[in-house]
Design a protein around this ligand. Structure first.
Ligand code: NDP
Ligand code: 2IT
Length: 448
């Protein structure tokens, strides 16, 4: 639907002209602007202060060469990115994605989303994102290490515990963060909390590994409760089999649901008895193999080549936890037709705009990514606090704080939606609540 507000409509045209060839970034801005139309009407002061124009322009964009040598002695080169999008409410904060599909438009959409997500956590973190088109799949440990060291050799001059604090995302887990942290320490001669998601022996936080997946379930649970439902006895479809998917599966199961699917970029498994997470962890976390290996553990399960048909699986609740735009209009219609009444996003921007229209047209509950998956970065914020005081908190303490933060995020989305006459539209609520805090801070700081 075209924007009604003339100021935002014109600004969106400028954004499109200025960021050509970056459809994911335009998609993210369009969604946020659509939600912000009532804010633009109510707050002309924010327009006068130039907040909308500035918030879509990254404060700094860094693109660099990442040279490394593979195990055969062959010279390789990748492209590295760090987008320092907005520092109005704290140091830039956001993950590093290592995937062959990475280009400027992907990192910009992720950095833009991160501004609002980090604001929703209530913690003092600005928005940023980084990454590279390096593909860790099929690389040896030595190759991954040399890549990470080279990546950090350039990145280290742009980041710091009070400037910009990267973390994990697709393709970047504890192993990669460890190599990057070691190289930063060596180059700067400083042991600081410059990255989050670190190993537990060198400043990492308990519950950071679990945080995003658990957080998705805590948020979803609040949304279900507010609508007279719960996870108990529900059939859940989860996509992905990485960090977010694994811990979402664990928590949903603990909350009484039965998770029947998981996937990777090759295909998906379906297990009517409920996913055996120990088998998935062995395949994915220990052996780094493909999800179809699950059939070696459970021959009664099925494996389907390709990802899109996963959404044809009948379920009550869907938690997309793989990647952007994994649910299109057709998949959303299949979910609705099979009785799914709730979609809550572990991945960033997993639903296309057309899919979101289908959710609303069918009165489904929709938990948008920037609210539902904010648990990961929230615990990253708690890791920063622990590093600052040079202490580490217990698992129960961190998990308890995470739960409280997710409950509060749901409340902010719910209340903002109600305040703007959009009750039950948690997407609008998340965008409005996330935006307002950052916008006030930008205005107060002279909109620099
Ligand atoms: P991982 O690398 O641990 O796992 C990613 C999973 O998604 C893998 O199963 C992977 O399969 C699958 N996947 C990746 N790309 C594609 C693709 N193009 N098509 C189909 N499947 C794909 O990453 P995370 O679990 O950390 O991240 C998953 C999502 O959650 C991302 O959108 C990320 O931005 C988001 N997120 C992550 C947070 C975190 O703390 N880690 C926090 C908030 C959001 P394969 O192995 O075959 O590539
Ligand atoms: O998308 C995300 O929020 C993340 N990948 C986590 C970022 C972080 O800084 O922990």
């Amino acid at each position: 639907m075209a924007l009604q507000n003339k100021y935002l409509a014109d600004l969106l045209e400028t954004v499109k002209k200025r960021n050509q060839g970056e459809p994911e970034f335009i998609q993210a801005v369009t969604e946020v602007f659509t939600s912000l139309e009532p804010v633009a009407e109510k707050r002309p002061d924010l327009i006068e202060a130039g907040v909308f124009e500035r918030i879509v322009e990254p404060e700094r964009q860094i693109i660099f060469r990442v040279p490394w040598v593979d195990d055969n002695g062959v010279q390789r080169v990748n492209r590295g990115f760090r987008i320092e999008f907005n520092s109005a409410i704290g140091p830039y904060k956001g993950g590093i994605r290592l995937h062959p599909s990475v280009y400027l438009g992907i990192i910009k959409f992720l950095g833009f989303e991160q501004i609002f997500k980090n604001s929703l956590t209530t913690l003092p973190m600005g928005g940023g994102k980084g990454g590279s088109d390096f593909d860790p799949k099929g690389k040896s440990d030595g190759e991954v290490m040399r890549f990470c060291q080279s990546f950090m050799t350039e990145l280290c001059r742009h980041i710091g515990p009070n400037t910009d604090v990267p973390a994990g995302d697709i393709g970047t887990g504890a192993r990669e963060i460890g190599y990057m942290f070691g190289q930063y320490k060596r180059l700067r001669n400083e042991f600081t909390g410059v990255l989050t998601g670190k190993g537990l022996t060198f400043g990492g936080s308990l519950a950071r590994t679990e945080a995003t997946g658990y957080g998705v379930c805590y948020f979803t649970n609040e949304m279900l409760k507010a609508n007279g439902k719960s996870f108990e006895g529900q059939r859940v479809v989860i996509s992905g089999s990485g960090n977010v998917a694994i811990y979402a599966t664990q928590k949903a199961t603990e909350l009484g649901a039965k998770v029947v699917t998981m996937s990777d970029s090759n295909g998906f498994i379906y297990d009517e008895n409920g996913i055996d997470l120990a088998a998935v962890k062995q395949i994915k976390e220990v052996e780094r193999k493909r999800i179809k290996e699950y059939l070696n553990y459970h021959p009664e399960a099925t494996y389907t080549e390709g990802c899109s048909k996963i959404w044809n699986t009948p379920c009550d609740i869907a938690l997309p936890c793989a990647t952007q735009n994994e649910i299109n209009e057709e998949s959303a219609k299949a979910l609705a037709a099979n009785g799914c009444y709730c979609v809550s996003e572990g991945a960033n921007m997993p639903s296309t705009p057309e899919a979101i229209d289908v959710y609303f047209a069918n009165n489904m509950l929709y938990g948008p990514a920037k609210a539902a998956n904010a648990g990961g970065v929230a615990v990253s914020g708690l890791e920063m606090s622990q590093n600052s005081e040079r202490l580490s908190w217990t698992f129960e303490d961190v998990d308890g704080r995470l739960k409280k933060i997710m409950v509060e995020i749901f409340k902010s989305c719910d209340e903002a939606a109600k305040e703007y006459g959009l009750e039950g539209n948690y997407m609008a609520g998340a965008n409005i609540a996330g935006f307002l805090k950052v916008a006030e801070a930008m205005k107060a700081q002279g909109c620099v």
